[in-house]
Design a protein around this ligand. Sequence first.
Ligand code: CTP
Length: 397
Amino acid sequence: MKKRVLVAVSGGIAAYKACDVVRRLQDAGCDVRVAMTEDACRFVGPITFEALSHHPVLTDLFDYPESPNPHIMLAGWADICIIVPATADIMAKVSAGIADDCVSTTVLALQCPCVIAPAMNVHMWQDEATQDNVAHLRERGYGFIMPTSGLLACGDVGEGKLASVEQIVDDVVARLELRRDLAGFKLLVNAGSTHEAIDSVRYIANASSGKMGFAIAEAAADRGAQVVLVAGPCALPTPEGVHRIDVVSAQDMFEACTAAFGDVDAAICSAAVADYTPKAVADHKLKKSVEHIEAIELIETKDILAELCRTKGDRVVVGFAAETNDLIAYAQAKLSRKGADMIVANDVSNPASTFGSDTNLVSLVTADGVEELPLMSKAEVADALLDRVSSLVAGRG
Ligand code: CTP
């Protein structure tokens, strides 16, 4: 899941630089929301931040479309808050626990780390009251990205200039321990089930939700990878930054995956592709009859995983094995039968790792052995799997 950053903007001329902070944090893979003081709105219109962040901007505690208690909602939502630019006034309020506008009230309700990037006139910055507030806030655990010296907007020269956007973003990213380790990496993922048509309204399918594959695609994109997600029919939203190709049948998925395989570094086949499909599809709705059912002739679908493995060369290809018994033995057999680099084996008889659950209990099976992972969310499994896959790719390079 993307890291969530609340950018709190107070009223100084440097408020315009907060726009760039929002953009650069998004480039670093963060979901960003913005809260502004009334004075901040005099420097930059909230609509600018709304357009940049793709979220409503908090400017009024009593008028926020997503919640009647926006300060509580945003304070609980954020993984980190950055006050940029921070005026002497907002620091004094936060230091004293004053909550008389939407920014100071939200900051008081925070349950996450808060970083302050001050910007103001040199004399206001050096004033004893401001310096006392800075010291007090530091003691209480607030982080500071200190202002630099230079020509200030008011014409004075000295300390008080907002730190550079780069420095602010690097600081926040470091505090969030954001990973962009898959930048430049190209990944193909398939996910979900396939629908194999019997007639114009009926099909054969399975219970795969697609959640695991979507979690892999999302985690990879969050870590900077270029991701193509070939998805069987499912209502899951497309993860941000992922190129999604929707398909219906096993044959569609085969065509989409083999076409997208071209220049990827790795492919992860998490889809529960139908093994069999009706040989002929009636072009009208069949009437209920035993003869019709008995006459349905099934033929084997093309094995996408096996095909990608056959043509993979240096590329890393990972398959999945959903089993209810003899998990590891079946996964090992699948590894060699299909020629995959890794099989992710999960026991779908366990409610914590069955189709549709939000957690998964998997073992990673390679030619080198079996690594059992603990019960984790699908997002955590995705990250662990991507760690192993990127090491395998690096090993080839
Ligand atoms: N797979 C595929 N194309 C198919 C069928 C399966 O790419 N037509 C892939 C799945 O995406 C998954 C793996 O193969 O990565 C699952 O292997 P599969 O042989 O389908 O397992 P099952 O049929 O469930 O098990 P078994 O063959 O052992 O009965």
